[in-house]
Design a protein around this ligand. Structure first.
Ligand code: NAP
Ligand code: GLV
Length: 313
């Protein structure tokens, strides 16, 4: 069995090659170079089209992230299946990040920080948790973990997915018909959707204005993909007061350009696509276990994280 590793965006292939060799000693594992021998499986992040054109025998294309939008835009060999990371240490990081952003906003810690720098000892009036229902778009591996973590802090939690879901502690909505009611019932909106044709641009003036029953004071946390947000719609909503603020980890173009207005807007917090980073050791172990199962005769459909190309996630 031959495994090739092709990573872009400053991801070094060598530690992945070493990790996979240790997990799968019977396999030939190499970093891809143009013209390399065809492999059975590949471990990738945003590979070039040339890679897929050359690697026409691939069975499994193992993505070292959860989101596969960068792969679905490429022409794949006919029998290749995409397998994404299934948690592999990401959901706990995502829960930390979203709870931090939510609580920082709810408890007004940014105001306390600014006042402390001025030497001011002044209390903020306590806010009522029940007035801050949190809506999570996407109730998959990450969305459910985030929902459970938020519920621990006793915020009302709502969730929205493509198909109907029943999850303890989360009031669930689904599909296009459920979207307006879900948005109206949420004040803080967390985006954890995959980027697909159906979800691109879903965070726009029309949808964001529905938060909090249409009243001012909504808050956006986008930790999914930058292209979920229509960037030009955000600043007018913040400047008019319709939205109280936004925490953004992902952007239409990354790295965020130095002059982008999001950097300096007082109601926007920017982080550099850092909310849930790939954990290499856990990911190598997960990918190797799936390759072992396939080589032992398992069907792709039995593997967690197999992507349905029609659905787009
Ligand atoms: P997942 O397990 O596949 O969950 C996706 C969820 O989105 C599912 O609940 C799905 O509905 C829902 N969904 C998909 N299309 C929808 C639509 N058209 N309308 C309503 N709901 C829809 O994915 P995951 O592992 O939780 O990851 C989610 C995304 O997070 C990734 O795709 C990636 O873009 C992003 N991410 C970002 C970072 C970061 O560092 N910022 C890190 C990791 C992942 P069903 O339940 O009905 O299938
Ligand atoms: C990161 O954004 C991922 O999709 O894993």
């Amino acid at each position: 069995m031959r495994i090739t590793v092709c990573l872009t965006d400053n991801n070094r292939p060598e530690p992945w090659v070493e990790g996979l060799r240790a997990e799968l000693p019977q396999a030939v594992v190499e970093a891809w170079t143009p013209g390399a021998a065809p492999a059975d499986h590949a471990v990738v992040w945003a590979p070039p089209q040339q890679f897929l054109d050359e690697q026409h025998q691939l069975r499994g294309l193992f993505n070292i992230g959860a989101g596969v939008d960068a792969l679905l835009g490429l022409r794949l060999p006919p029998r290749t299946r995409i397998v994404r990371l299934d948690d592999a240490g990401m959901s706990v990081q995502m829960a930390e990040y979203v709870c931090h952003a939510l609580i920082r906003h709810f408890r007004e810690f940014d105001v306390y920080e600014a006042e402390a720098r001025e030497g001011a000892w002044s209390y903020r009036r306590p806010r009522v948790r029940g007035n801050f229902p949190v809506g999570i778009m996407g109730l998959g591996v990450l969305g459910q973990r985030v929902g459970r973590a938020i519920a621990q802090f006793e915020f009302p939690v709502r969730g929205w997915s493509r198909s109907p879901r029943q999850i303890d502690g989360i009031r669930c909505f689904h599909g296009e018909p459920g979207l307006a009611e879900f948005l109206a019932a949420s004040r803080v909106l967390v985006c954890l959707l995959p980027l697909t044709d159906a979800t691109r641009g879903i965070l726009r003036r029309e949808t964001l204005s529905r938060l909090n029953g249409g009243l001012p004071g909504g808050y956006l946390i986008n930790v999914a993909r930058g292209a979920h947000l229509v960037e030009d719609d955000l600043i007018p909503l913040l400047d008019s007061g319709q939205l109280a603020g936004a925490t953004l980890d992902v952007f239409a173009s990354e790295p965020l350009a130095p002059g982008h207005p999001f950097w300096r807007h007082p109601k926007i917090t920017v982080t550099p696509h850092a909310s849930a980073r790939t954990q290499r050791e856990e990911s190598v172990a997960q990918i190797a276990a799936k390759i072992r199962a396939l080589e032992a005769g398992a069907d792709f459909e039995t593997l967690p994280g197999v992507v349905d190309a029609q659905r787009g996630y």
